[in-house]
Design a protein around this ligand. Structure first.
Ligand code: GDP
Length: 507
């Protein structure tokens, strides 16, 4: 029998505890046996991607990965999202491949900027959220204040599923509001899971719990799955409190693979045709091979090794002979995969972010956005004989969806666009290390970019003719208006009401 799938991601602000929680989920899920193994594996991964000097220098993980574990008959696919805010675009795309998310909040800090940004992406796609308030073993903010902040800042109903009995030095355990039982810490950590009781609470906490139960929404699975309500759990990733409950919550409430938006119609997982889409491409994992791994989310059908699939980009069927499934400890060649699973497909550049793969080439998944870059730079080549290599490198990196490249209508300096500053360094470092191209970056006379379109071709032509010095083409030849500021975008948009200016482009 096929086990049910839960494909999810963790969203959080850096330092809230995502790495620690991931490790504990894998530990509780039985996928790793030694705490600390994720970090060790992280270092391994880093060693494997030696080519990326930036990753080492900064000690951050630029690449996101997939981890699969099984518990109580359910297969969990956890998609790791890079935590650094500079890599938000990559993160956004990863969120298009999940069915739900866990939002980790630091009990002392509440909603932080990155949490909020990621939450907004989840909301765009109605991705349901389970909230985990982490670090209750330390002094945190008052629980009511935290819950109200989530509700106000995210415009979301909150439903506490558990309640911390004190925090920090006073911490006595977590009360499960459904069963009324209290889980108490024992010693320093993980024997915690088994020890529950229903002793009465000290009066102060009993009052709190009563108030909480009267004051917040009741749990409603449908409203959670519609993205209108978030159940809130309290715990400590570090001390292993509440992690098993969180897995239980995912198993019980989180949606199985959902129908995915597509043309001509949404694709349900029960559809027998094998379909999926590429949400990430990772290039040059091994400097000796120009190989890439395309990460495909399977949306329908039962995938079998060796199967022929047609990518929407090239239209030429490929046989997938060595797909990779991602288990916590090793990468294994997959014989079969089911909707909700992520498959790594090695290829030499034929697969691109946003590609649909299908047996019959009759659908196309929608809604994988390109975001308007927030930083634009002119690329200046130090050795003019390397133009071809530079173009190849820029196209490659655009294909990975990490940087965007724009070819201006006038002038010969190409412009690259990124969402975060760090990507600029990544770009230069990779140009140098992988493509042997020495290049520099100069400020561009533009600050932002918009994809332009119009119902009538004549209106678009009129606009581009009159604004040639600000026009460019993206990698796929789509017209892009480069603006000096978002104010200018507004100004120009007012003057050309028939032209649409889009900050995202769906692929
Ligand atoms: P990430 O940046 O979100 O991946 O956060 P990490 O998992 O790396 O955690 C950031 C810091 O918070 C580390 O020093 C962790 O040891 C610490 N931390 C994580 N979870 C907890 C917790 O539940 N309690 C306490 N006291 N510290 C924690």
């Amino acid at each position: 029998m096929i086990s049910p799938r839960r494909t999810f991601a963790i969203i959080s602000h850096p330092d809230a505890g995502k790495t620690t929680l991931t490790e504990k989920l894998l530990y509780v899920g039985g996928a790793i046996h030694l705490a600390g193994e994720v970090k060790a594996r992280g270092q391994n991964r880093r060693a494997r991607s030696d080519w990326m000097k930036i990753e080492q220098q900064r000690g951050i993980s630029v690449t996101s990965s997939v981890m699969t574990f099984e518990k109580d008959g359910i297969t969990f696919n956890l998609l790791d999202t890079p935590g650094h805010e500079d890599f938000s675009e990559d993160t956004y795309r990863t969120l298009t491949a999940v069915d739900s998310a866990v939002m980790v909040i630091d009990a002392a800090k509440g909603i932080e900027p990155q949490t909020r940004k990621l939450f907004e992406v989840c909301r765009l796609r109605n991705v349901p959220i389970i909230t985990f308030v982490n670090k209750v073993d330390r002094e945190g903010r008052p629980v009511f204040e935290l819950l109200d902040e989530i509700a106000d800042m995210l415009q979301l109903d909150v439903c506490p599923m558990s309640w911390p009995i004190g925090m920090g030095g006073e911490f006595e355990g977590v009360k499960n509001l459904a069963t009324g039982r209290i889980s108490r810490p024992e010693g320093d950590s993980r024997t915690f899971q088994g020890t529950t009781d229903d002793r009465a609470l000290p009066e102060r906490f009993a009052d709190e719990v009563e108030l909480a139960q009267a004051g917040y929404a009741e749990f409603d699975g449908d409203r959670y799955r519609a993205g209108d309500l978030t159940p809130v759990y309290f715990g400590s990733a570090l001390k292993d409190f509440g992690v098993a409950d969180l897995i239980g919550a995912l198993a019980e409430h989180a949606p199985p693979p959902r129908p995915q938006p597509a043309d001509p119609a949404p694709v349900a997982p029960e559809n027998p045709e094998v379909t999926g889409f590429v949400f990430k491409v990772q290039a040059n994992m091994d400097p000796n091979h120009r190989d890439r791994i395309a990460f495909m989310r399977l949306c329908s059908g039962v995938f079998k090794r060796g199967m022929k699939l047609t990518p929407s980009g090239s239209g030429k069927a490929i046989a997938v002979h060595s797909p990779i499934l991602f288990f916590a400890q090793a990468r294994e060649v997959a014989d079969e995969a089911y909707p909700g699973d992520i498959i790594g497909i090695p290829n030499h550049g034929t697969l691109r972010v946003g590609d649909t793969l299908s047996e019959k080439a009759d659908v196309r998944f929608t809604g994988l956005p390109n975001f308007a870059p927030e930083i634009l730079r002119r690329v200046v080549l130090k050795d003019p004989t390397k133009t071809k290599q530079l173009r190849k490198a820029l196209d490659d990196m655009a294909e990975e969806g990490v940087t965007q490249v724009f070819y201006p209508e006038i002038g010969s300096n190409w412009i690259i666009g990124v969402v975060g500053q760090l990507q600029l360094e990544v770009l230069l470092s990779r140009l140098d290390a992988e493509y042997k191209v020495a290049a520099g970056l100069e400020p561009a006379p533009f600050d932002t970019a918009r994809w332009v379109s119009a119902e009538e071709a004549g209106d678009l032509k009129n606009f581009t003719d009159l604004n040639r010095s600000a026009m460019a083409k993206d990698r796929d030849g789509n017209p892009v208006f480069l603006a000096k500021s978002s104010w200018e975008v507004g100004y120009v948009a007012d003057r050309y009401p028939k032209v649409k200016f889009a900050a995202t482009r769906e692929r």
